[in-house]
Design a protein around this ligand. Structure first.
Ligand code: KG4
Ligand code: ZN
Length: 353
């Protein structure tokens, strides 16, 4: 019997199962031809609310339970059998190592059983491009701002795969600062949405919180000093704090974080002559941040690409998208993929110099 011709590159990308388990969201997507989402499920693990933050061991266990169920449900929603999937794309870096390992083991076993290729996707790279699912191809060069519980990254995107890292946080990520400030105010986890909501009733000028790093050159962020300033504002008061006080602290804190993010991003846009700005990460759900950056782009006459909240937060659709692109470019299947916890060790920051 003569060997079957190997599938063309684009045939491998025809129906990709995306798997995301890098932190505390378990997500599965089925993406057709890099464009049509046939199914997209995100299970947010509520168990972490009890602890006021993500507990890595519990996250791994929950991924283990949720992944097979979500995959079965995604296939049912897409009305396809596993046998018609053409490839699997799975997050392999960066993230909580135990959580990544669960996704990788599941993806490898599934791909091996079906005899289809598997590709490993970098989670932060997927955030850089998630907007393409709704907005199509980006004009380049672009600036991408990825702000989440684990990252605050400002990246000059010259093309897909060609990145120049402009800035990162020197301490806490923007979302982490939101979550920590919410915790000291007695608000529930995750803190970003709560602070965002409360700040609408507060006065942004009630407290003069610092805007760290703004007087310095470059594009890095720092949020730990801001967190300390919030703690100082609470000194001498007893919890639980009254709602008006919480709203004022929330509004003043949010104004400071957003001033920092916006100022750095505007500088990056002006210095690089970017033609578009792309947002990603859970903090990009913030209405005020979206509004300020939209206005900044309008003033410059450049495109702003903001994913819907579901695609800002951790999701498998963006993983399937990057996987489809990799398969199209001819990346070979890799069953020896390993989990890589740190962004610095994932190779992304040096991709394309
Ligand atoms: O991308 P994501 O879902 O998960 C990772 O951390 O990778 O981001 C979650 C983060 C949390 O820190 C959460 O507090 C923050 O995004 N967040 C927000 C808002 N919604 C979520 N921060 C500010 N404003 C929001 N509306
Ligand atoms: Zn993320």
């Amino acid at each position: 019997m003569s060997a079957l011709p190997s599938p063309t590159q684009s045939e491998r990308a025809r129906l990709v199962l995306g798997i995301e388990t890098s932190c505390d969201d378990t997500s599965v997507a089925i993406l057709e031809r890099g464009q049509t989402l046939r199914a997209h499920l995100i299970a947010t693990q509520d168990v972490h609310r009890l602890y006021g933050g993500v507990v890595p061991e519990l996250a791994s266990r929950a991924h283990l339970e949720l992944l097979p169920r979500l995959t079965a449900q995604a296939l049912a929603e897409a009305q396809v059998t596993p046998q018609v999937l053409t490839a699997i794309a799975v997050t392999h870096a960066p993230g909580l190592v135990g959580s990544l390992v669960v996704g990788l083991a599941f993806a490898k076993a599934y791909a091996l059983g079906l005899g289809i290729p598997i590709v490993g996707v970098n989670h932060v790279e997927a955030h850089l491009h998630a907007a393409a699912l709704e907005h199509g191809d980006s004009p380049f060069p672009a600036i991408a701002l990825v702000v989440s519980g684990g990252h605050s990254e400002l990246v000059h995107v010259r093309a897909v795969g060609e990145y120049r890292w402009l800035g990162s946080t020197l301490d806490d990520a923007a979302g982490e600062a939101y979550d920590k400030v919410a915790k000291v105010l007695g608000l529930s986890f995750p803190g970003g949405p709560e602070i965002d909501r409360r700040s609408r009733e507060g006065r942004a000028d009630a407290f003069e919180f610092p805007r760290p790093m703004l007087d310095r050159p470059g594009y890095d962020f720092s949020f730990s000093g801001l967190k300390t300033a919030v703690l100082q504002a609470l000194a001498g008061r007893e919890a639980p704090y009254d709602a008006a006080f919480v709203a004022d602290v929330a509004a003043s804190f949010q104004a400071a974080v957003i001033d920092c993010l916006v100022a750095r991003t505007e500088r990056a846009l002006d210095d690089t002559g970017a033609r578009a700005l792309t947002l990603g990460g859970g903090v990009a759900c913030n209405r005020e941040l979206r509004a300020r950056l939209t206005a900044a782009c309008e003033r410059r006459g450049i495109a702003i690409r903001v994913p819907s909240p579901r695609l800002c937060a951790d999701n498998a659709a963006m993983i399937a998208l990057l996987g489809a692109w990799m398969l199209d470019r001819g990346i070979t299947s890799d069953f020896s993929l390993d989990a890589v916890a740190a962004l610095e060790e994932s190779g992304l920051r040096t991709a394309g110099g």
